[in-house]
Design a protein around this ligand. Structure first.
Ligand SMILES: C[S@@+](CC[C@H](N)C(=O)[O-])C[C@H]1O[C@@H](n2cnc3c(N)ncnc32)[C@H](O)[C@@H]1O
Length: 534
């Protein structure tokens, strides 16, 4: 497979593995939940590389649908957010990771995207998918990068979205009216697209001109182009006219099948009984829904103007220049999620994805959940504020549901310190028990950490099919200096239940026989955290 090369690639292609894990700090006053928790709807304020890494222990393999709308790299720096890779945050990150100064704008953008896409892929369920908005600036690079990260066989489609209706008369060349949404499945063979609900307009095409007891129907063409002499025969209409297919065409069915269809009253010869015959397609027999097409016009999926209006109506004073319309996100959710899906948007902006999730849940009684990540300071004032308002209700909204409030909760988190083995060793920036437990459990077992199973008193942090995992730790240097896995501590792990026990502690005072007696595999903090990983 041809692959894309860009400067900096060797430095970033495995960066997602070595990027440090950061603590997630709950901010109760910014969320709308009694108790902030990770299995709630989430808004995380911070760089998405760090945020995704921090969410990985809880959400790896759990997300059904990812929508991202990353900076398009237009070079336009006058927006509320920097639409290019020269933002101080990305510059700083590139400096640390890539450390070379001959990168072009496109190299930088690709360096920024690659590790993030790799983390996003790890978040997806086997039957999950990712939808990525993009325009001409990076579309061609992105397609190749996605081929590399997700596998070219998992490419599903490029959707063309009509972002603008009116012509821009001052455009230098073409006035661009659409952009793209690239769709990839995690594993295409396990992925199924939902059919779209039929609309009233589509159903209105079905009428019942002859009061057929089978209900409304629509006349369909009986003539086809793929010629077969067997299907080319004269038909006598009830009014006495003889009709034949136009030259080079034939009927869709054989003579015998045609006669059966007439018997079944499935052929329509028009009001007079003298028209060219048509096939009656009954509404009750057409598919439950419609196969989505790849051209999404504004009637179907909204446009940019509509999106700007939506944000303005909701936030009044706050300005956000490049939102997507709720309708566009709703379409994506309709085709790519079910009622219990988790949806991730790691370039959240004004939080459109959250509103679409809450609105669709309200409409169809679903329990979808969203995870949003936004790095800019407006994560609270714009992203979370929009979500708070749509949950509580927007008095001036035209939409009745929105007026009353869509309901729901969300928890707001910020990124804390990185958890680094060297930090534990030096006693600086020690993570909390919960944070280290989440990190250790996931890194050592590769499985999801469940906070509810944690029992700090027993040092128990979770179990897999084969082993129980224990962590003897406190964020206190003095405690760590003098604490070890002792005989008493081994006894206090409780009765053996056939599983091996993986115990993390700063030291051990047990010999190999004693470890074997208690079926303990010992891992010394901090360096052996990785012992069983990968
Ligand atoms: C085009 S906007 C997304 C708009 C969004 N779809 C909406 O409807 O409002 C891109 C957003 O991604 C954010 N962003 C860019 N780089 C990021 C990063 N590394 N981590 C988190 N957010 C990032 C920007 O601050 C900006 O708000």
């Amino acid at each position: 497979m041809p692959t894309l090369n860009f400067k900096g690639k060797p430095f970033v292609q495995n960066y997602h593995l070595s990027a440090p894990y950061h603590e997630l700090i709950p901010k109760k006053d910014k969320g709308l939940s009694d108790k902030p928790k990770l299995d709630d709807n989430l808004i995380v304020h911070g760089d998405n590389l760090k945020a995704l890494k921090a969410l990985l222990p809880t959400y790896a393999g759990k997300v059904k649908c990812i929508y991202i709308d990353p900076p398009y790299n237009t070079g336009n720096e006058n927006w509320v957010y920097n639409d290019n890779v020269n933002s101080p945050m990305i510059q700083d990150w590139l400096g640390k990771v890539v450390d070379r100064d001959d990168l072009t704008r496109h190299d930088k953008w690709l360096c920024m995207m690659m590790p993030r896409l790799k983390l996003l892929r790890e978040m997806l369920q086997d039957d999950g998918s990712i939808f990525v908005s993009i325009d001409d600036n990076e579309d061609h690079h992105l397609r190749m990068l996605l081929d590399e990260v997700f596998g070219e066989d998992n490419f599903v489609a490029t959707i063309g979205w009509q972002k603008k209706f009116s012509r821009q008369s001052d455009a230098k060349w073409f006035s661009d009216t659409y952009e793209f949404i690239l769709v990839y499945a995690r594993k295409k063979e396990s992925w199924k697209l939902n059919l779209l609900p039929r609309t009233e307009t589509q159903n209105a095409r079905y009428t019942n001109k002859n009061n057929d007891p089978r209900g409304p129907w629509s006349p369909d063409n009986l003539v086809v182009k793929t010629y077969s002499a067997d299907y080319d025969y004269p038909i006598k209409t009830p009014g006495g006219r003889t009709v034949t297919p136009p030259s080079g065409f034939c009927w869709r069915v054989s003579k015998q099948r045609f006669e059966e269809l007439v018997e079944e009253n499935r052929i329509w010869f028009g009001e007079t009984g003298n028209n060219v015959p048509r096939l009656k397609r009954f509404l009750s027999e057409v598919q439950e829904g419609l196969v989505p097409i790849t051209l999404w016009l504004r009637d179907f999926a909204g446009d940019t103007q509509e999106a700007v209006r939506e944000v303005k109506n909701l936030l009044q004073t706050e300005k956000f220049d490049s939102p997507k319309p709720v309708k566009l996100l709703t379409r994506i959710l309709e085709v790519a999620t079910d009622k219990n899906s988790i949806i991730l948007d790691s370039y959240a902006g004004s939080g459109t994805t959250a509103q679409a999730v809450l609105a669709l849940n309200k409409e169809d009684g679903g329990n979808r959940r969203f995870i949003l990540v936004e790095c800019e300071d407006y994560a609270d004032k714009i992203t979370a504020e929009r979500v708070r308002r749509v949950i509580r209700g927007v008095p001036k909204a035209k939409d009745e549901d929105l007026k009353k409030g869509l309901g729901g909760t969300f928890s707001y988190f910020e990124l804390g310190k990185p958890i680094e083995a060297s930090g534990i060793l030096s006693g600086k920036n020690l993570p909390s028990y919960l944070e280290l437990a989440r990190y250790v459990f996931y890194t050592a077992t590769g499985q999801d950490f469940d906070e509810k199973k944690l029992d700090e008193k027993r040092s128990f942090i979770g179990q897999t099919k084969e082993r129980e995992v224990y962590l003897i730790y406190k964020p206190d240097v003095e405690y760590l200096k003098k604490t070890a896995l002792t005989l008493d501590a081994a006894r206090s792990l409780g009765p053996l239940n056939g599983k091996r026990r993986l115990v993390f502690a700063p030291a051990k005072y047990l010999d190999q026989d004693q470890l074997a007696q208690f079926r303990i595999d010992f891992s010394q903090l901090p360096f052996e955290i990785y012992k069983l990983a990968g």
